[in-house]
Design a protein around this ligand. Structure first.
Ligand SMILES: Cc1cc2nc3c(=O)[nH]c(=O)nc-3n(C[C@H](O)[C@H](O)[C@H](O)COP(=O)(O)OP(=O)(O)OC[C@H]3O[C@@H](n4cnc5c(N)ncnc54)[C@H](O)[C@@H]3O)c2cc1C
Length: 403
């Protein structure tokens, strides 16, 4: 007698791999590529497509440093950690250049210029300049009488001075993500949303609607979205919205990418002459949180007012957009084995978090991804351990690029 099993719903297929990476932003692609280059069998999943998150929606600054200026970073993190962080962001750009970013048509080797509009910021940036040089970093200074430097600034919005990172660059982030994705041996599995990660006996089972992927190592690179997969991770990564616009300004020619007001506002020029302007979230910090990826009239009006102050009244806004960033409690990434139940460091957990880039992921996530793979597989130095968040009282970070 044959028995029919037609009434049983088939369980989704389960496959085993060396590693599973969740999230195909710049971080997840970096982790997957580093693993592939070690000869491992890797699955990279995204609920949408590569660059669907912040990595495809940002300003494209490839900038040295983090949300703080160097002086403030030393006060916040200590000198050794600040120096290490600055080095990592330099290495990030070096590593992207090694992947050919400089060959992309939208790439510009333009310095970043941190503008000081107030006496307070002037003093902090001046101090940063000295500290950077003491620590062996190249840095330059522009005075307020340096007319050539202020080409973008109208007379009503003239800075008092500026710190310049001479070796920075910028790129269209969508171009960059496309180029990096093309380097993967195994295509990204798009439209595969992970709805659960179950750990058992040092193995992670990563579940989507259609499939379960099992591996001894799971890298969680979903940044702002970590909390949606495991609520306890909300204590580590906080979703924070950034808004931008693109414009045309007749005659504008920017030889640098600009940071203003401690990074709360930022603007740069593309190779096609268009200019992108972002920020203005400080006055609207209470609304610029959560997962709603949409522009608001209030922030966009402030962005336009800022753009007119810099470029004059005759600007033509051509596009507006937003993106959701993942802010960590202290503004610096979080890397390490994590408990999905408690959101704390769990040595031996198969799930490694790599997230919390706080508005600077294009400038640090690529190198951080390589370091995370080294730490996970070889036990190499991890500059961004998770337990620091619990060792020190976390403070709310409202830091720059600042998105
Ligand atoms: C407006 C704005 C301007 C910015 N400007 C700059 C800048 O100029 N320079 C700079 O360095 N940084 C900038 N940033 C920050 C930078 O974009 C981010 O730090 C960086 O992109 C984070 O990369 P990520 O790979 O960690 O996360 P994301 O790019 O957000 O990638 C996460 C991925 O995970 C996927 N995902 C989420 N949940 C799931 C799930 N359950 N299953 C499967 N997949 C999932 C998403 O689809 C997404 O593709 C800016 C950000 C914004 C929003």
């Amino acid at each position: 007698m044959t028995v029919s099993h037609w009434w049983r719903s088939p369980s989704p297929p389960e496959t085993s791999h060396d590693a599973v990476v969740v999230g195909a932003g710049i971080c997840g692609i970096g982790v997957a590529l580093a693993l592939e280059r070690r000869g491992l069998d890797v699955v990279l999943l995204d609920r949408a497509h590569p660059g669907a998150g912040a990595s495809g929606r940002n300003a494209g600054f490839l900038m040295r440093g983090c949300a703080e200026n160097y002086h403030a970073a030393i006060e916040t993190y200590g000198r050794d950690r600040a120096r290490e962080l600055w080095r990592i962001t330099e290495e990030n750009l070096d590593a992207l250049r090694a992947e050919g970013v400089a060959d992309l048509p939208s790439y510009r080797a333009v310095p970043s210029c941190l503008l000081a509009y107030t006496d307070e910021e002037h003093a902090a940036l001046r101090r940063s300049l000295d500290l950077l040089r003491e620590d062996g970093f190249d840095a330059e200074w522009l005075d307020d009488h340096d007319d050539a430097a202020w080409r973008p600034a109208s007379s009503t919005h003239r800075p008092r001075g500026a710190l310049v990172n001479p070796h920075d660059a910028s790129v269209n982030p969508v171009d960059l993500l496309r180029a990096l994705t093309a380097k993967l041996r195994t295509p990204v599995r798009t439209n595969e949303e992970v709805d659960a990660i179950i750990t058992s006996e040092s193995v992670g089972h990563v579940r989507t609607a259609a499939h379960t992927y099992t591996a001894p190592r799971v890298f969680l690179c979903v940044n702002a979205y970590a909390r949606l997969l495991a609520p306890a991770l909300g204590a580590l990564v906080r979703p924070t919205r950034g808004q931008m616009l693109a414009l045309r300004a007749p005659g504008a020619r920017l030889d640098m990418s600009y940071y203003a007001n401690n990074g709360y506002e930022y603007f740069r020029q593309n190779t096609d002459g268009s200019i992108v302007v972002g920020g203005c979230r400080k006055r609207h910090a209470h609304t610029e949180v959560g997962y709603e990826d949409a522009t608001t009239p209030e922030v966009q009006a402030d962005l336009e007012a800022f753009a007119r102050a810099v470029f004059g009244a005759d600007i033509d806004v051509t596009a507006r957009w937003s993106g959701v960033m993942g802010f960590s409690p202290d503004g610096v990434p979080l890397v390490g084995p994590v408990s999905l139940e408690n959101g704390v460091l769990e040595p031996g957990s198969p799930v490694w978090l790599c997230a919390g880039f706080t508005g600077h992921g294009m400038s640090m996530a690529w190198r951080t991804a390589q370091l995370a793979v080294g730490a996970a597989l070889d036990g190499a130095h991890n500059p961004f351990p998770i337990d620091r968040v619990h060792a020190h009282a976390p403070r709310t970070h409202e830091g720059a690029a600042r998105g």
